[in-house]
Design a protein around this ligand. Structure first.
Ligand SMILES: *Cc1c(COP(=O)(O)O)cnc(C)c1O
Length: 401
């Protein structure tokens, strides 16, 4: 790909580290290599910078610095939250979560089921929304934790997380949110919420891969996941990953100061892309259009394979991702689209475009210039498409039995 044009629209998978973030990190690979826990000034000055970064993250979240714990990634933060809720309340063996969580929560919960815990996986509707009454009803005497993601990584659908947290607080149940996709895209002010724990990940908001944060509200019972030294006030052992923590802090500051402006710009680009893509016949957007992240669109192109679309896009330098994963040789539509009841023929041909502030109008033009031809060529080879056209049925999702 070197020298060729790259149009990167896969920012929900990972983002480019901001140049400002990289610049802030560099001195901590060289000159400032001290251990923040050391008694000497050489280490102490590094410790002070770690505290600055902690403050930057706290400010982005409307939290206080003591509530911020640095981890190695979003997945570790999610695992820590689930593990802690169970370990700190040994009598409670039930968790409530949703069917559309990221594997960091979903697979961890499935693992807990295998260990004998009970988990309720809440349904979503066709638009990807949760039923709050059903969520409230799922809470039991022995519920240790409710864990609901803030925004979905595949569709961008936003759940009413502060409201769910209130429901939990009223019932005296801990509430965790995987906010990896929401932080930096949705305004968050934790001080005014009943959220007990929140996970975020650096590489989804222009910090590098390998740094995460777990917010733990003051007063929340907590048991560490990684045990050892007294780092992070005894909540996450292991010598601090200083350069990455500095980068995380800088990325949080950038997100806080630029969020509104960036989201306005990114949303306009996303909307233009989406409108253009919907002009292609037999396409639809997955997820509630009114409750979505500003950067994400999941579009289904019926009767084509998502993987094939991706390969064609990739040959034009366009990076996106598909709503299906090749598991054990057969293409399985994503668990998120399946949970939403997206028809098989549409789920298979779904493509997620996730934009960032680094995208341009020219990027959108490049995708819109290429997509109709790609879909047309693939459909020309699709027996399902020929069948669909014969039925002359205008209803997307209909396939002749
Ligand atoms: C990427 C992602 C994660 C995992 O974060 P990592 O830092 O890659 O471990 C968890 N949840 C959601 C919603 C994500 O998009």
């Amino acid at each position: 790909m070197s020298g060729e044009r790259v149009v990167y629209m896969d920012n929900n998978a990972t983002t480019q580290a901001a140049p400002e973030v990289v610049a802030a990190m560099l001195p901590f690979f060289g000159e400032y290599y001290g251990n923040p826990s050391s008694m000497h000034n050489f280490g102490g000055q590094v410790g002070a910078k770690v505290d600055t970064a902690r403050g930057q993250v706290a400010q982005l979240l409307g939290a206080s610095p003591e509530e911020i714990v640095f981890t190695s990634c979003g997945t570790e933060s999610d695992n820590t939250a689930l593990n802690s809720a169970l370990a700190s309340q040994p009598g409670k063996r039930h968790i409530v979560t949703t069917r559309v969580e990221h594997p960091a929560v979903l697979n961890t919960c499935q693992g807990l089921v295998a260990q004998g815990y009970e988990v309720t996986f809440l349904k979503v509707d066709r638009q990807g929304n949760l039923d709050l009454e059903a969520a409230a009803e799922a809470i039991r005497e022995d519920t240790a934790l409710v864990s609901v993601m803030w925004a979905n990584n595949e569709t961008g659908v936003i759940f009413p997380v502060p409201e769910i947290a209130e429901i939990c607080a009223a019932k005296g149940v801990l509430f965790h949110t995987d906010a990896v996709q929401a932080v930096g895209k949705v305004p968050i002010d934790l001080a005014g919420t009943a959220i007990s724990m929140l996970a975020l990940s650096g590489h989804k908001l222009h910090a590098p891969k390998g740094i995460g944060v777990l917010y733990i509200k003051k007063g929340t019972p907590f048991v560490p996941f990684i045990k050892g030294g007294h780092q992070e006030h005894g909540r996450r052992a292991g010598t601090e990953n200083v350069p990455y923590i500095i980068g995380m802090g800088k990325a949080a500051e950038l997100a806080r100061t630029r969020m509104d402006e960036e989201n306005t710009k990114v949303k306009a680009l996303r909307d233009r892309l989406e409108t253009g893509l919907l002009e292609i016949e037999a396409t639809m957007v997955n997820g509630d259009p009114d409750r979505r992240l500003p950067n994400t669109t999941s579009v289904s192109f019926e009767y084509v394979e998502g993987e094939s679309i991706l390969l064609h896009l990739s040959s034009q330098g366009i990076c996106a991702s598909s709503g299906s994963a090749c598991t054990s040789g057969s293409l399985e539509p994503s668990h998120v689209l399946r949970a939403m009841g997206v028809p098989f023929t549409a789920a298979h041909g779904s493509i997620r475009f996730s934009l960032s502030v680094y995208n341009t109008e020219a990027d959108v033009d490049h995708v819109l210039a290429n997509m109709p031809g790609i879909i047309e060529r693939l459909r020309a080879m699709s027996p399902f498409w020929a069948k669909y056209q014969k039925t002359q049925c205008a209803t997307p999702g209909y396939v002749e039995p």
